[in-house]
Design a protein around this ligand. Structure first.
Ligand SMILES: Cc1cc2nc3c(=O)[nH]c(=O)nc-3n(C[C@H](O)[C@H](O)[C@H](O)COP(=O)(O)O)c2cc1C
Length: 711
């Protein structure tokens, strides 16, 4: 297209590295024009995320000369300019998408409403080249809807629009046609465009432009003001599509240019579907030229329509599906949808206290104690067969991926068995206990013998009842030597080893590993769903299964869970290798701990995990006695033993998980023949933790006296 020399409609960019251009800059400055500096300080540039490379930061500034403003402005180079202006949108419109959109060429015919559209397109970076055509000059009466100003009145509309656009993005390539589009230049105007926005009043031009666009396979979009009509004709995909969706039979018209205004009006009304006009729009139409001089157009509707067209440009520009068709989006209609906001489903306040039965008959006390045991996601993966003479606890593996080979359930059952032993000891009915790993189902049998006292275990009854997962931040302080001794002895008493990590360098290393494992857990569809399934939202889910979201200690961030629960949100993060927030949250919990303890067992057989569960519970109770806050930190790979196990967790991240598992074993000191049972965060000065609930015993006790022992 020929670019007219004057009037000036776009900035001229100068680069000081070119001596001739440098001279021109100096000449302009010396001529007394206004000089402005819009270069962003390097310190501010350094705050951009992800960080700019030194090469990017070194991009030399340019000088943009705006003749119509009698001004020259020192601006960032094109790369930095774009980055600073648009980079914050980079998740909504990814860097790659921005790049693709920046090569799009869009034409706009008719710059009254077209200017708002151009503005929306350029604000978002939806094109790299704009071709604007309008023969008309801006008048005061246009300022009802054209967001230009008095300084542009009397200027050609396309020129005025281009100038403002250029002030927004001086690097944008612009072409201007001050004669407007005509039957003779329509083909040339549309040539090379990726999309045409037809915003003309003239019926003739509507036909001419569509006819040419269809021949050149360019999609046409139109937006009209009254009740926001958005119209899309995908001639790029449907080259045989009738113009105007076939609403007007254009082929039947012999010569469009010969039509009288009286003949054109009904055709225009057909195109905009007058039946759908607003009442006042329709009344205006009838009164046009009588009690009202010109066609009414509301500025707000124009801006709203421009937003719709920008959405279309994004879709078409990125090759996302969008058929031909039309849609009305009337802000006034939308107000009919005004409604009370949905209240947050999570009411404030702690969870209800758990049921405790220390005063009941011994068996009931023992069963309640067993069911108070901790379990991953509070799934309570156990069944109890109860009789006067013995209690049998069967692990009941959960569908959760992290419960690899039911090992998490074995650990929980081991903890339940330990609690049962403590309660039995306190009630004087503790006999020997056995793990029947060879039976089906696997089970733990505890004999309940009259007169069976064990003062050491009995002393643990109260702290066992008081034990909770405490997710409060607490304070990091060194564990006193007697506490370390008590925790270590607790693990040893049940045949396990407790590895304690309290020095910051190792906590940092462990935090990185556990954090990254949690990031993977959040970003992997299956693991994430399992985790969400374990949450109990007050008023929505059963309160006695799962982790009450209020006990997570997320506070206001609880609503983040609603976002985490939306797969497309998390898929977007995944595609961006994002989600570092999840990693950092866990890492911070690790480094802010007084210590992290890992209960380790020799071997990975069924009985090892059951014993490990008992050891973990005994350590937890000992820590509670010492006034520490305890919460497990479970990486996804905790119970995986083989590559095949890891593949069941997150098939796409098997390698990463294997690497993380190896790093953890090294940091903690877990030999290949050993297995971790639970990783626990210990803190001082914890806040009081809300108590979690348990299912009623009637749901977990599956047989009475008579059938006990029939397993
Ligand atoms: C094997 C196992 C793994 C666990 N993993 C986590 C965990 O990753 N994060 C967490 O906050 N709590 C974890 N917990 C704690 C449980 O959520 C908690 O024990 C359960 O909700 C019952 O609450 P209570 O311990 O306060 O009685 C785990 C518990 C067990 C037994």
């Amino acid at each position: 297209m020929p670019i007219p020399e004057s009037p000036a409609f776009s900035a001229v960019i100068f680069d000081r590295r070119d001596p001739a251009q440098s001279q021109e800059i100096d000449r302009l400055i010396a001529s007394g024009i206004t000089l402005r500096d819009a270069v962003v300080p390097t310190d501010d540039l350094r705050r951009l995320r992800p960080a700019l490379t030194d090469d990017e930061l070194d991009e030399p500034p340019r000088w943009a000369y705006f003749a119509w403003q009698h001004s020259i402005v020192r601006i960032l180079g094109p790369g930095l300019y774009r980055r600073v202006r648009l980079d914050r949108n980079r998740i909504k419109i990814t860097g790659d998408e921005q790049e693709r959109l920046s090569s799009r060429r869009i034409g706009i015919a008719g710059l009254s409403s077209g200017y708002s559209i151009a503005l929306a397109l350029v604000l978002e970076g939806l094109c790299g080249h704009l071709r604007l055509a309008d023969f008309d000059t801006l008048e005061l009466s246009n300022l009802n809807r054209v967001p230009l100003g008095l300084f542009e009145v009397g200027v050609n509309k396309a020129v005025a629009a281009a100038r403002r656009i250029s002030e927004l993005d001086p690097y944008l390539s612009l072409e201007v046609l001050t004669d407007g589009v005509t039957a003779t230049n329509a083909d040339e105007f549309i040539d090379g465009l990726d999309m045409l926005l037809e915003q003309c009043d003239s019926f003739d031009m509507k036909v001419v432009l569509r006819d040419s666009a269809r021949r050149q396979r360019v999609p046409v979009v139109m937006q009209t003001n009254d009740r926001g009509l958005l119209d899309v004709e995908r001639f790029d995909l449907e080259p045989d599509r009738p113009l105007f969706h076939g609403l007007v039979d254009v082929d039947a018209l012999t010569d469009v240019a010969e039509l009288t205004p009286e003949q054109k009006t009904p055709l225009l009304l057909k195109i905009i579907d007058a039946r759908q006009m607003s009442d006042r729009g329709a009344a205006s139409l009838i009164e046009l030229g009588r009690t009202v001089g010109q066609w009414p157009q509301l500025g707000s509707e124009t801006l709203f329509g421009a937003a719709m067209v920008a959405a279309v440009a994004r879709r078409i520009g990125l090759g996302r599906p969008l058929p031909s068709g039309r849609l009305r989006t009337d802000p006034d209609d939308l107000l009919a949808l005004l409604a009370e906001p949905t209240p947050d489903p999570v009411p404030p306040g702690p969870a209800a206290p758990a049921e405790l039965r220390p005063d009941a008959d011994p068996l009931t006390t023992i069963l309640h104690a067993a069911s108070r045991a901790p379990s991953g996601g509070n799934t309570q993966p156990w069944r109890f067969r109860a009789g006067a003479a013995r209690l049998i606890i069967e692990p009941a593996p959960t569908p959760s991926r992290m419960d690899v080979a039911g090992r998490g359930s074995l650990v929980a059952a081991g903890a339940a068995a330990f609690n049962a032993r403590v309660a039995a000891a306190a009630r004087g009915t503790l006999g020997p206990w056995h793990i029947h790993a060879d039976q089906s189902p696997v089970n733990v049998e505890i004999d309940l013998t009259e007169g069976g006292f064990d003062p050491d275990l009995a002393a643990l009854y109260q702290p066992m009842v008081a034990r909770t997962a405490n997710r409060s931040p607490g304070r990091r302080r060194e564990l006193a030597a007697p506490v370390v001794a008590a925790l270590t002895a607790a693990a040893a008493a049940e045949g396990a080893v407790l590895r304690l990590i309290s020095d910051l360098p190792r906590l940092r290393a462990l935090g990185e590993v556990l954090g990254e494992a949690d990031r993977i857990r959040f970003l992997s569809g299956g693991l994430r769903q399992d985790m969400l399934d374990e949450l109990s939202r007050p008023g929505l889910d059963r309160p006695d299964i799962g982790i009450d979201v209020r006990t997570l200690g997320l506070g206001a961030a609880t609503s983040l869970l609603d976002l985490v629960a939306r797969p497309p949100v998390m898929q977007t993060l995944r595609s961006l290798s994002g989600g570092s927030m999840f990693r950092d949250m866990t890492a911070a919990r690790v480094t802010s701990a007084s210590a992290v303890g890992v209960v380790v067992i020799d071997g990975d057989r069924v009985e090892d995990y059951v014993r490990g569960g008992a050891a973990m519970e005994r350590v937890w109770i000992a820590a509670t006695t010492a006034g520490l806050g305890v919460v497990p930190l479970s990486p996804a790979f905790l119970y995986a033993r083989t590559p095949a196990d890891l593949a069941t967790l997150a098939p796409d991240s098997t390698g990463e998980l294997a690497d993380l598992q190896g790093r953890m074993n090294e940091i903690v000191g877990i030999a290949e023949s050993q297995a971790p049972v639970l990783i626990m965060r210990f803190v001082h000065d914890p806040q009081e933790a809300p108590r979690s609930l348990r299912r009623p015993l009637s749901e977990v006790v599956i047989s009475s006296e008579n059938t006990v022992g029939t397993n």
